[in-house]
Design a protein around this ligand. Sequence first.
Ligand SMILES: NC(=O)c1ccc[n+]([C@@H]2O[C@H](COP(=O)([O-])OP(=O)(O)OC[C@H]3O[C@@H](n4cnc5c(N)ncnc54)[C@H](O)[C@@H]3O)[C@@H](O)[C@H]2O)c1
Ligand SMILES: CC(C)[C@H](C(=O)O)[C@@H](O)C(=O)O
Ligand SMILES: [Mg+2]
Length: 355
Amino acid sequence: MEKTIVVLPGDGIGPEVTREAVRLLETVGERFGHTFHFAYAKLGGVAIDETGTPLPEETLKACLESDAVLLGAVGGPKWDRLPGPQRPEAGLLALRKALGVFANLRPITVYPPLASASTLKPEVVDGVDFVIVRELTGGLYFGPKERRKGDHGIEVSDTLVYSEQEIERILRLAFELARQRRGHLTSVDKANVLESSRVWREIAERLAPEYPDVQLTHLLVDNAAMQLVKNPRQFDVIVTENMFGDILSDEAAMITGSIGLLPSASLGSGGPGLYEPIHGSAPDIAGKGLANPLATFASVAMMLDYGFGLGAEAEAVRQAIARTLAEGWRTADIAAGGPALSTEQMGETVRNALR
Ligand SMILES: NC(=O)c1ccc[n+]([C@@H]2O[C@H](COP(=O)([O-])OP(=O)(O)OC[C@H]3O[C@@H](n4cnc5c(N)ncnc54)[C@H](O)[C@@H]3O)[C@@H](O)[C@H]2O)c1
Ligand SMILES: CC(C)[C@H](C(=O)O)[C@@H](O)C(=O)O
Ligand SMILES: [Mg+2]
């Protein structure tokens, strides 16, 4: 198989983790006889510095023409004072929107050797395996924003907007996913306060009879945040609004031991998918070889699976990660003060496990 992957290293630790991910993909290619072509493009702060805009035209064009997009992370203190639409993060949001990747899948799986690395007790996290389906191209992030002068100083608004069609398509995707897994869907909202959540709930209830094999539960987002750390094993598939999903997935990362472990796949209706770790550019550790590349490696596995239909290759990557951890290899974030590999050494170790 021959595929073109656009790589967007981005900022901070982004270039460090994507470099290792590209090497990993090359190893997958060698072992399974595939050719992956890599095209590099700029997104985020690095694009602002070179072109003045976080999502240059040529980056978007390359992404739209690719078979898949691999992203490190964007953002950092250098660009924090820029106005919203000019920030690195605005480039990422515009890219997601332009690719039409409305469904962001964030699997949360505890690797057995890391159960003791979790912030929670090993007996609480052992066997945790669920997916957060985060709506990615609508909701609070994308509604009208305004900053105006009012009678009492600045008045400001961010608006949570959804169409029925946007809610229905993300819920259907989540019902389908739950059907392929353990048949339990938890829809997370704030229906006791937000009108958008009440409509979200109505649509979920309307769709439910079409999926009689899926058990639908509603949970208010504040309770969901609590349940995630109380008993994370109760979850199979969680579906939720864009910002709720952003926050809950960083919280869920600590069930697994580190945000450096959590991958994601952003999918839409047929075009190239966007694959990225859920973490950010980690300015506090950038350039030090401390970043855990496993979240990006697991994102590569999702690319092989969802993007290219290469299930065996994806499984081989997941097993190489699991074997590396089972053998006791750790980066600093999961080493609990013990010996730790650098980003590059961890990359090399996983590649050896894959060969
Ligand atoms: N998808 C993205 O590009 C993305 C995602 C989140 C945040 N960001 C941006 O990143 C910048 C920094 O944000 P933040 O500090 O709030 O969140 P962050 O995820 O970058 O970092 C949070 C903490 O987790 C640690 N961490 C993150 N990834 C790690 C890894 N792979 N290995 C080990 N430790 C890791 C960091 O060192 C830090 O202590 C901001 O500009 C933010 O907007 C970008
Ligand atoms: C950088 C930021 C815009 C982004 C988001 O909120 O979607 C990040 O936090 C993520 O989780 O991918
Ligand atoms: Mg986030």
